[in-house]
Write a protein that binds this ligand. Sequence first.
Ligand SMILES: Cc1ncc(COP(=O)(O)O)c(C=O)c1O
Length: 370
Amino acid sequence: MQTRRDWLKASIGLGGLVLSPNISLTAKEIENYRPRKLQSVVRLSSNENPYGPSKKVLDRIKDSFKYGCRYPSSFSDELADILAKKHNVSAESIIITGGSREGLKITALTYTKLGDEIIAGYPTYLTMMKYAEHWGASINWVPVDKNKSYNLDEIEKRISAKTKLVFLCNPNNPTGTIVSAKKLVDFCDVASKKTIVFSDEAYYDYIETPNYPSMIDAVRRGDNVIVSKTFSKVYGMAGLRLGYLIAKPEIAKKIRKNIVAMSNILAIEAAKEALKDTSFYKFSISKNKEEKQRIYSLLDHLKLDYVPSHTNFIFFHSKKDIKQLGSQMLAKGVSVGRPFPPFNDWCRISTGTADEVDKFINGMLEVYKG
Ligand SMILES: Cc1ncc(COP(=O)(O)O)c(C=O)c1O
């Protein structure tokens, strides 16, 4: 039998083939191993912020490589302190996670098991519910109302002893809607006495209604409410993976035990800098508004209905199957959002840079010209 040592000897005898695999590769294979470039297709399908991370954040990341030998806990504790001050809660209320997606998952993991239930609107952002289903939880889906907004009255009616969580995506992905401020506050007040309300505020910064409340207010009052936030959207850091949950300390303590991914020092330091870089924050919001206006004008021109958006994407009535429009637009070099049943003839389009939106506009004009 050939031992590992024999194999090594034989390999080294073959002119170091093991160490330099390229020698045996064809030109085509070498081409395949090149680092992947981002596709030439414009990606307006994932609600990213193409301007980020800001220059100041990039510099901070470069400067933070030197901490790469350290474990991130003390760095993330500092970030938790900064966020606690920003939101006027205690640091024990903050849980730093690897993107807010981790926060959504570990909340499901903490509070749901076989036979339990989550109530959520539909369509919505699915991460928490898909994860909970792994543990045998069931989802009580409540269709959005005629304005494509969360139907809080119906959700309230359906809360029962089985309900361990209510998931609110506000603003909602993919519809871009918010519920009325008063309804939201009243709902959280009543529902959090019966179950735990989770308010996903990934797009909160883009809300266009002045003084719209964050459900952090309810956390401060000590209610059974959990809020999630992310650095992926307005701060343009989706690839860095940094999000956080805010909950009263008793809840936060339970959820924190289930952290799996954590974040890393580069993302944590980036987040600290992003919080200081207010000019980039304002820039992101104003660019998003500009591009949304241009997309609204196009949709008006094409007579396609849309839902006024409080996010960095727009949900519009494409009047054709989204799979068909998706492939037509891909042929024009633009990737648009996936199907969101039951609205299979609606399309979610993210805002991009002016050039990217130009490409979307030109593609749409060609597709709809007939
Ligand atoms: C509503 C909502 N919540 C959470 C996320 C996840 O964000 P991240 O994990 O990048 O923080 C997204 C991403 O698109 C989202 O749309």
